[in-house]
Ligand binder design. Structure first.
Ligand code: EAX
Length: 323
């Protein structure tokens, strides 16, 4: 081999190595459609990461549970087979039990209250709890206030929920609360829900308007009631080791990209909440807009007493009274 060939070969090899280092590809997934409050979150995140790292990091986006349901994707992030996930907090207590408190029914007055708590000291403290479990939590985002849908009857009062067979998230707080309403609970991963509703395996489910619209549940559910019984946060989780490998500047880039993603996500939830009812009515759903919230709260009094024992009344009050 001539010297020039050796030099050329070495240059090519170096070029390849440099090329590989120039772009690291990472995966992020959601369980909802791309055209949704979660889709806009991860699309924005991907764009911002690429921009802020000058293309050294590329984020591959997966929608509709293509890499598995939310529990599976969080598991994959913990194991490191997938670097990132954007998920509702549904399955999160199975990994970080301290987050359970956020799923207590009727905890937040409105979205502004929830966002302030999550972005404030209480939420930021909770993010730190992820670190000992193999995650870096990049920040909170939003899934939205959850409402009930079913195929059997309009739900005006808590009594109307008795005996309805409903899909719930794989979340112990939700399951306990919905049992308190007399609901027959069936925990199930989100990617299975549409078919379960279609085939009548369950009568109903509960989710924010953003999810109901994106998943086209109007095609398989007749009745919607704006119960707003639980606020459903979302979270950005990253594999801890993958995050630790980033330079200080890149860590900042990822954290800021998540912030931008959250902004876009929350703005889309506001949009969906503003026009969701009209949209779902136009698609044939019958909607009960004004339920007597006080009656729903009262129906859960025994379960709430349990939650106060479990999470500490003072901790719950601290969130309720946060200004
Ligand atoms: O994150 O499982 C659920 O009902 C979630 O709200 C949905 O996957 C969106």
């Amino acid at each position: 081999m001539k010297l020039s060939q050796v030099v050329l070969g070495a240059t090519l090899a170096l070029g390849l190595v440099a090329g590989a280092a120039a772009q690291t590809v990472m995966k992020i997934s959601i369980s909802t459609a791309q055209n949704s409050h979660q889709g806009i979150a991860i699309d924005t995140f991907a764009k911002e990461v690429e921009k802020r790292t000058n293309g050294r990091y590329k984020i591959q986006t997966f929608y509709n549970g293509a890499l598995g349901g939310e529990r599976e994707s969080i598991e994959a992030v913990q194991l490191g087979t997938q670097e990132l996930a954007f998920s509702s907090t549904g399955p999160v207590p199975n990994f970080v039990p301290e987050t359970k408190i956020l799923d207590v029914p009727f905890l937040f007055r409105d979205k502004a209250h929830a966002r302030a708590v999550l972005d404030g000291p209480i939420g930021q403290d909770l993010l730190k709890k992820f670190e000992s479990k193999g995650f870096k939590a990049l920040g909170w985002a939003e899934n939205g206030f959850r409402h009930m849908t079913n195929s059997k009857r309009p739900v005006n009062t808590p009594e109307d929920l008795k005996g309805l067979k409903m899909r719930t998230m794989e979340n112990p707080v939700h399951i306990a609360a919905y049992k308190g309403f007399g609901i027959v609970t069936t925990p199930m991963a989100f990617p299975e829900v549409f078919t379960a509703l279609q085939q009548g395996t369950v009568d109903g489910q509960e989710n924010p308007l953003s999810v109901i619209i994106a998943a086209k549940f109007d095609q398989v559910q007749k009745h919607l009631s704006l119960t707003g019984h639980v606020y459903s946060p979302a979270i950005w989780v990253m594999n801890k080791a993958a995050f630790e490998k980033l330079s200080a500047a890149d860590k900042k880039a990822f954290l800021e990209a998540a912030k931008e993603g959250t902004k876009a996500n929350r703005a889309r939830v506001d949009e969906d909440d503003a026009k969701g009812v009209a949209d779902l009515r136009s698609k044939g759903m019958s909607v009960v807009e004004n339920v007597d919230k006080a009656r729903f709260v009262k129906a859960l009094a025994p379960v709430n007493a349990e939650f106060e024992k479990q999470f500490g009344k003072a901790n719950i009050e601290k969130i309720r009274n946060f200004k």
